[in-house]
Ligand binder design. Sequence first.
Ligand code: FAE
Length: 527
Amino acid sequence: MSSEREGALGVSRRTLLAGTGFILGAAALPAPAKANVPALVIGTGYGGAVAALRLAQAGVDVHMVEMGMAWDTPGPDGKIFCTTTSPDHRSYWLRTKTKAPLNYFLGFPIDRDISRYTGILDAEEFGGITVYQGRGVGGGSLVNGGMAVTPKRQHFASVLPSVNPDEMYDVYYPRANAGLGVGLIDPAWFESTACYQYSRVGRKHAQRSGFPWTFVPDVYDWDYMKQEAAGTAPKSALAGEILYGNNHGKKSLQKTYLAQARATGRVTISPLHRVTSVTPAGGAYTVTMEQLDTSGNVVAVKQVTANRVFFAAGSVGTSKLLVKLKATGALPGLNDEVGKGWGDNGNVMCGRANHLWDPTGKLQSTIPCSGIDNWDAGGAFAEVAPLPTGIETYASFYLSITRNPYRAQFTWNAAAGKVELNWQTAWKQPSITMAKTIFDKINSKEGTIYRTDLFGVYKIWGDHLTYHPLGGAVLNKATDNYGRLHGHPGLYVIDGALIPGNTTVNPFVTITALAERNIERIIATDL
Ligand code: FAE
């Protein structure tokens, strides 16, 4: 990691060249600059990281293009990432005000002004929903809670109906879990540590109402968290870090798949480069990209020729690119499934107000470690989530993943020159109904009520957002059964866009495992 400080205009060119070995960042090159690469990966999240590592291990040189920053250089405060309690310019992607998922407290708005910067969390607004996504080298792994959940095998047919479950559960889920560094909290420590009192209260309430409660694995380094609690290591999960990055403890992709990919010597990365077009070029593809400064201005336009292009820009990023490229005639062979089958993984949030004799603790680890599983009976799996405010709130907070049936479509609005999503606000109602199968019962049993001060003035449900966008280029529909896009040999989708809207649990283990499966086949047969 470089010790060079980030200046007002962001990470220096020298730092990036040294830190990431990237080949396209040289602003001195005349624009458009031309280069040739065997394989180009758009995006550096889970799908992209798996593709890059496995291609490199197979001897293929890979270039990765990432619209967000490298996040490898400390800011003026000596830290790479800012906390949720003091968000600064690093927190949001090109916003002048924060847009916190939980945007009210005690009925008061908590969002604050920030300077516009290529920050780490994008709250991307469509007509009916705000979609939160990570921006930077590591994609969603930079901002997420690290909850690493493999769906129950009996539910897998509803997640990826065209994929053989045996190969997933015997080979690719284990491979993904190993590659990501997934682990479980020490159950004995869980029982004793102050920072999971909120989770123990969640368990007590779930079990008293007869719901199955379960530990949830995570990629956070649990031994490190014990050291945080003991005061022997700098705090991250215990200092309100999540959403805008964790300075310590979390095994993001930067520390796992991407570190391994770089170690092969075959992978280069261009941060702050946004792909805008991919067009056929005599058996290969011309990839056009804009280089951004840290205010979001385009400072150069570049073109690269690639033999193979992997779309790994995330469900929204990949879908937006493909829908635009099909509609504008750049990739005319794409089929009509492109843009379809998008879902929000049924995300909905709520809080419950506990009795004064049932505190959840003023110290709360930001890393959730448990959930309430009412999927089979009620269609909801609820994370027992933290409210790391630093004060006692007497609140229990939950993010539910539900069996929401609605699927939206991305379309190209030629007049506006942008891609739109037709998700409707009212489509969250089934998710609320399913979440209520858990929380109405708990409230009734405990004699408690819903919190109404967390998402607005007297608003119970956080139903305006998702953390888990899925679909838009669905496996075996927009692509073949291994992610090869129909109509354009050499183009692949390898991220959450492949998954048709729901994974029954948190999605990144499934995205990683599916990418492992698909890239193995692609390397064996296409290269
Ligand atoms: P993703 O990780 O989003 O990576 C796509 C990358 O492509 C990003 O780095 C983009 O900046 C980049 N990109 C997009 N467009 C372009 C372009 N045109 N040119 C260049 N680069 C581009 O995709 N999931 C879990 O399983 N457990 C959790 O605990 C969890 N918590 C979450 C908490 C939050 C706040 C959020 C936002 C998400 C959470 N998720 C969680 C979801 C998870 O992070 C997400 O499903 C994966 O990151 C999606 O992986 P992909 O590889 O599809």
